[in-house]
Structures are given as C-alpha cells and as structure tokens.
Design a protein around this ligand. Structure first.
Ligand code: DAH
Length: 361
C-alpha cells in the first residue's frame, strides 16, 4: 500500500493550489471519483486480511473524507473569490443618470390601482386594507357564507394546514373580508375602498391564481340603490374617460348582498378588439348589491338603523379592458418587452388629468 501520509500531503497541496472550479472538479474525479486513486486503493481492502483491513480501512476512510472536505472548502473559497471579482467588476455608479434602455415603468396594475384610488378618494372614500392570509370568519362566515354553504364552492380556496386549535387560515379569495374588518373596528358611517391581492386555485387566459380586486363599502343611514348606481356610473365615466357610458344592472346572487346585481358595461367587439362605450354587446365588470342585513348583524350593526351598499370589481379585468390587454397571464410573466409596451412612465401617475396621455399607448 502506498504511503498514505505522502499521498495525502500531495493531494491536499494540489487542492489548495488549484485556482479554478473546473480544475478542482477534475481533481475530485481523479482522486475520489468512482475510478479515482483513493477509490481504487479502497477497493484493495477487499483483498486484505482482516487485520490489515482493520488498520487500513479507517485510514483510507479518513483520507477520503479529508480530501472531500478539502475540496469542498476550496470550492467555497473559489466561489467566494469569483463573487468578489464579479462584484468589483459590476460596480455601478448610482450617481449617474439612468440610461433610457434601463428605465423602469409603472405596471398597469399599479396604474389601475392608483386611478381607482384617485377616483374614489375624490368622492369621499378612504382606503382600507386587510391581510392576504385571512381567517375563515372574515372571508366567509361573517359574510353570510357559513360552512357547507354552496357559495364556498364558487371560491377555489387555497387553505393553510390546520393549526393546533383546528383552524385553517386561507389566502383570501376576495377583498370582501375587508368590509367585515372595517365594520368591526370602527364606528359608522363607512365609506371605504379596499384594493388588493386575492387568490383562487384557477389558471387560464382569463384567470390567474393571484389576481386583484377592489372592494367598496358604504354604510350610513338612508343609503339606497340609487347611491350605488350613481357611484358605479360615475366611476365608469371617469375610469374609461367617457361621457356617456352604457351600464346595465343584472339581478344576481351573492350571500353578502340582498338584493344583488352584476354590472355589465356596454361595448363592441370589433376585429378582435373590445371597444368600451360603443356597440350593443355587454361585458361583466363587477358584482354589487345592498349589504345583507345578516352581515350587518354579524358585525353588531342594527339593520333598522344602518344600511349600505358594496361592490367588488376585478382590477386586472378592468385594466385589460381599458388598455386592450388580451391575456391576463402576461401581467405576471415579468417579460420586459411586455412591461415596456404596457407600462407607464413614473410621472404619469396617478393624476387622472394626464390619464389620456398615459393611456391608450
Ligand atoms: N366578492 C365577490 C367576488 O369575489 C364580488 C362582490 C360581489 C363583492 C358583490 C361585493 C358585492 O362587495 O357586493 O366574486
């Protein structure tokens, strides 16, 4: 058997002297790879007497392990050196102006959120927020969707594993739970919108597992459907930048509103494009209704004293309509060419007075 001590010194010096990752890998294969020098020596153990095995087995194993450790350490070392070299060579001078080809832009979803917020805050709404990881109570039960209610099946919910008390948190399936959080935490009247991310287990050209909604809630004394209708019409006029926009309320069902309706906006489908405000076709843009008295009772409001309306709208959907974006999935594909094409310049937000310049690119 070779002089193991000499062999180790030789290999370890070669490892330490090796200054590139490719060379290090070659060394590894040549020494401890399947047919490497040390591996071949280990094979010889089979031919040895039990006494020799007892002596050389642990020695060879130790040698092999120290070589592997040495190679790992040198690898980390070389990777670190490489990283330092790159960090030095890729240093950027952040005091230089950004070259136009590197300029970022505002994502259409951010733009839509800003425009929606601008329109509603102008008519007296404030902005409310809620968590994306939500409790069953806020997402369903308090909204008059008890366990076993068939409406739960309309929401393909992402659930978290059960906690010690047997409760399962979930990713909110809509922004409606923010209604409940708002009503539980303060005193009426309420006039809020709640834009944000929502999640459902669904994916195709018009659905992504994560999408965006805005919820609106108005609660006061003497609120009626006329207020709801005006509010939605006013929003559509401003958002789509049209003086007379056609809107239709279609009776519908939501557990948290009574009566409930879906809102369609008048449009035309021309050469594969959707034109808002023209033609005889209709496109659904939101769900709405008068807040169900049961929901008010769930948050300890007296339905004989207070009433209100709510609506919920898909932000991705209205962005697609406004800027003629055909596939929802592209919003989240992080394709720079797409972002350049549909993105907005930073200074265009959020003023609506610049909207017609910023939009319709
Ligand atoms: N939460 C509903 C959904 O995601 C949308 C909705 C409908 C919200 C009616 C409302 C409403 O506030 O009144 O499908």
């Amino acid at each position: 058997m070779e002089d193991l001590q000499r062999l180790e010194t030789e290999i370890i010096s070669a490892i330490v002297a090796c200054d590139d990752l490719g060379g290090l890998e070659e060394l590894r294969v040549a020494q401890v790879g399947k047919k490497g020098r040390v591996s071949l020596l280990m094979r010889e153990l089979g031919k040895m007497s039990p006494e020799e095995k007892k002596e050389f087995g642990p020695k060879l194993n130790g040698l092999k392990n120290r070589i592997i450790d040495g190679i790992t350490a040198q690898k980390t070392n070389l990777e670190q050196q490489e990283l330092n070299r790159r960090l030095l060579s890729e240093k950027i001078d952040i005091t230089l102006p950004t070259p136009p080809e590197n300029m970022g832009s505002i994502h259409p979803i951010t733009q839509v959120m800003d425009e929606v917020a601008e329109i509603f805050t102008e008519i007296g709404f404030s902005i409310a927020e809620g968590p994306e990881i939500e409790e069953d109570f806020y997402n369903f039960t308090a909204l008059n969707i008890p366990a076993e209610h068939p409406a739960r099946q309309m929401h393909d919910t992402f659930y978290f594993p059960e906690d010690a008390e047997g409760n399962r948190k979930l990713l909110r399936t809509h922004t409606s739970p923010v209604q409940i959080r708002t009503m539980i935490s303060g005193e009426p009247p309420y006039r809020i919108i709640a834009p944000g991310r929502t999640y459902r287990c669904d994916s195709d050209a018009t659905h992504t597992p994560m999408f965006h909604q805005v919820e609106a809630l108005v609660i006061d004394k003497d609120i009626h459907m006329g207020h709801l209708k005006w509010c939605i019409e006013e929003f559509c006029r401003k958002f789509f930048d049209l003086d007379d926009v056609k809107i239709r309320f279609r009776p519908s069902y939501f557990p948290f509103t009574e009566p409930s309706a879906e809102v369609d906006i008048g449009c035309a489908f021309k050469d594969g494009e959707i034109l808002i405000g023209e033609g005889d076709d209709w496109l659904e843009i939101m769900g709405c209704g008068m807040v169900n008295p049961r929901v008010l009772e769930n948050v300890n409001l007296n339905p004989d004293e207070y009433q209100g309306f709510a609506f919920g709208m898909g932000l991705d959907r209205i962005a697609m309509l406004k800027w003629g974006i055909p596939d929802l999935r592209d919003f989240f594909a992080a394709d720079l060419r797409w972002l350049k094409h549909y993105g907005f310049a930073a200074l265009d937000i959020p003023s609506l007075s610049t909207q017609s310049k910023a939009g319709n690119k």
